[in-house]
Design a protein around this ligand. Sequence first.
Ligand code: ASP
Ligand code: MG
Length: 415
Amino acid sequence: MALVVQKFGGTSVGSIDRIRNVARRAIATQKLGNDVVVIVSAMSGETNRLLGLAHEMVAVPDAREMDVIASTGEQITAALTAMAIQNEGGDARSLLGHQVKILTDGAFTKARIKTIEGSKIFSTLKKGEIAVVAGFQGVNEHGDITTLGRGGSDTSAVAIAAAIGANACEIYTDVDGVYTTDPNLVPSARKIDRISYEEMLELASLGAKVLQIRSVELGMKYGVRIHVRSSFSDAQGTWVVPEESAMEKVVVSGVTASRDEAKITIRDLPDTSGVAAKLFAPLADGSISVDMIVQNQGHEGATDLTFTVPKGDRKRALDILRAAVPEIVGVNGEQIQFDDEISKVSVVGVGMRSHAGVAKTMFELLARENINIQLISTSEIKISCIIARKYAELAVRALHEGFGLSLPPAERAGL
Ligand code: ASP
Ligand code: MG
């Protein structure tokens, strides 16, 4: 007998019929002898609709009231799902964040979970009922409703799985797993059977939308085995697991391209101490997250510095720099150059740790397509290159093919 958490995303609960399917799946899982906890998202489109209402009312809605509105989407699905299970002959109870109780910090619209009490869930299960928990929501220490940030019901599910010691956390979604790259871009992309938390974190940070990043971090911290799979089939999806059990011993697991960044270069900086600190302090104060940073070797006392920021923040970053450090960027920012037409292509894989030459191969594959690399950054398990946006798809195809990702893992000899 196992304890199973099943989380259903917005499209999986997007209609009355789909909620009936969720109910049948949960009952079937229970009938196999498992205790079942179902976590639900709002019906697809519902959270956007709710946030839209708030913004229709006022341009900048109060964050506390935003959460009171946003959390209702999951409340509705939880009740409908419990009703559907009862209607199919099962027993179920819906539980909201404050009933469970999912205690968070007080950061409305982006709260973080502090603790989860398991007792209410356990007493529900003990009665033979399926516990249906509203995802995305919690309460702060004053009992105010909080939400966990967009996509947060993944995090609810993994956190609850950790708190109650579930054997697995199934994340049901509208795709059948995590792919070696975007299958819409590269038809030969393959579903990955097992992937490590570390790799999944990189892929999620690089824009793979299947799991909220925070949920992967939690899974890694507490060793929750996460199974990403489709609610429209019974096929096995992708298991996100500790590295030792991520069996596919491949060098590169996935290739991604993100189009969300812009590049900023500041020319002719004095090559002395304190300059980078002066530049990045006002950006940090403005909550602009800087990704890649490259500074050149100084020559004749001067140097250039290039970095990337989220594309949506590029204009604000320039305004901040002009206002905060005119002595460095020029009064009208004449020392600043920028480029919004870039893309970051990355290859990810824990196998890189023990395998030299991945960077070399990546550069060769890009060179073969005559793609110029503008910036490079590496981590233990990732290499990213900034290239011109118009080559992003070509680059992804070349890297996917070149690293053998169209082949089954066992057939990818060496690189
Ligand atoms: N309903 C919330 C959202 O749309 C949470 C979730 O679906 O995970 O962001
Ligand atoms: Mg979601």
